[in-house]
Write a protein of this length. Sequence first.
Lengths: 282, 477
Amino acid sequence: MLFRSCDHLRGAFENWQYVKPTPFFHYLKVPHIVIDDALDYFADQLVQLKAKLEIHFAVTIADDALRAATARQARVRELLRRAYALRERERPGLTGAQTMALVLLGSTMPAEQFIALLEKELAARENESLPAPRARLLIGGAATDEVELLRELESLGALFVTDSLCYGARAFWSLTAPADGDPLRALAKLYLSNTLCPRMFEDYPSRSAFILAAAERARIDGAVFVHNKFCDVHGIENVLLRKHLEEQGIPVLLLEKEYGAHADRGRLKTRLQAFLERIGRP
Amino acid sequence: MTNLAHQGLFERVANIFSLVDNLGDTLSDAEVEGLLRVLPPESANSISALMAPHLRESSLVFLRTLSTWMREARAMKAAGGKIIMVPFNFPPELITAFDHAAPLTVEVLSTLGVVALEGQGERYWDLAMGLGLPDHACSSNTIELGSMLSGEDFRADGLISAGPGGCDANAKIHEFVSLYMDIPQFVLEKPVDRSPEAVALYRRYYRRLVRQLEEFIGEDLTEEKLRRVNERANRCTELYYELWELHKVRPCPIPNLFSLFVYATRFSMWGTDTGVACMEALVKAARARRAAGAYPAPREKARCLWAYTSIYYDFLGLFNWMENRGITHLADALDLFMPQPVDTTDRETMLDGMADRAWDMPMTRQMGGPSMSAAWIEDVLWAARELDAEAVIYCGHHACKQTWSVVSILRQELLKQAGLPLLILQTDAWNKRMTPIGVVQRQIAEFVDQVVAPQRGGEPTRRRRRRPADSSSASST
């Protein structure tokens, strides 16, 4: 299954389907603007997806089951916010790499198990504090699920105390429990209206406001925005974010990276080291 | 005195094109020679290509069309009207329909800068890069938008973005300029879906855009205004298909550069009297050439369709270079906007028709489908069969991630379904820094000689011994 996020993902899935078709294949059409017409269309797309899943897998997806699943995800988001509170506090209890690992874990395992695991982990971390970092940074930008990369960057002594990443705060922060009623329409509204992704248009103010709020909450010394080579949506938007954050007195480092490439790490660490010197945190 | 070195792209291009208004309808060889001597080298190169004897009369009409387009925009601005920047995949006739607004098309301006200006617009690209924009942005729009970002160019009053759904790079750079320069942006998204529900949604999006523009420009788009442009657009459509039919003739009587003339007219003056006159002139010239059995080379060696854009950074020389070697440029994908007449019965039928025409604009139509490769393959195959193409060439513009991501599927399907070979080039179609034109020429020549000619029943050309590298060896391939 794929959904319309960016040109690259569409192309990747299309090639996959062309070379090695899968028994079930569905393309979820996601609007990139948020108006009532688009919401109606997206809600209808979810109805079509549900019907296709039910037919192909010979299952019934009941409204009650959808509501229960939605409630579990709401609990996951609540716990992740607690994790971010630990990370963002004066003496952080979690590193940026550890937090990313948690978010990734949550996206790959059943919610009930993740909730139990996360509750236990948070309880254990509540009273732990990491050493004061050289600098408190925000990391934002494109699809970045490279935990090892964050770990290496943080080895320079800075901590990513908050983020604006696809596999991070942007994936859950602004999603609040949907209102009662038709669960599919509620889901459509929840996800379409709260997508803090630069693929969405007419919504930049929400994205920059989200980042500025995180910056204030986490009391950052600077921000690092990354984008994977050839990612237009983040590569272009990051320049705008730099302008607006620097106007607010927040120093910004822009990094272009090769996705998942170990060979790139040394260069990125050098750039971050120079940035830390630049902002007076050598 | 204005420092020309610090002028923006539009002002510089518009000034150069204003010279065209002083030229007669015909030019002798001596007059062309004189013109080439007074022009800067870059403009002279392009004018040299455009003033080839078999093209000259049509080129003059075409140049005058673009000159009129820019002059009218300047006049509109001077009169207090609004200049709306549109992307190439948005039909400009919607803006032309307003009495107090004029469209300027970003990619057309970039292309004019590349073919006519000293430095080929590189300074504007460099300026955009200097802001930190990624080098995988698209030069087709970033050159002109870089000029706007410099603050040295005129300031547009509004921007339309029709990129969402068709191209991330296009959509994001327009949004960037809007937010960076605080210029209002109006978004027309294409649902990546061809179902009736998606068509209906797109028509609603289009009407939303019309309402936004009416409010912004402060003018109602009446039925009469819409009919005025649509009647002319419909006439352009008739002429487009007349040219299309003439393209089918072997050898092709239509000069290669007409492919570009047609879509440049589509992206600028479609729906105006000037646009109609330009299309009429192209059809008239094509008819005359057909009657005379004219073809620029001794024989037509290969009939080629370009799968996406052409290449523009060599001052239009590649079009004529191919033609002189018997390689016909039948069309590129920017010609594949498949115009249909708009029903002018009333306002609603016209808005529906205009929305449908926007849906079919190049890139939007091909890349904005549920599958990027399916719609693209369908159009390229259809055009190739219609025009009796023997080969397809993909320019490989580096910023085109959507086409690059599925071009291997296109290549396999063209071979499988029609036995058509696809040549994949690698360039930046608007920036000469990436690939020497000699390399492009050599690849095309080898493709035609080694792949296309044998399919036609000819023998592959035997390789000549490589000569020591110099600039002439590449261009003489």
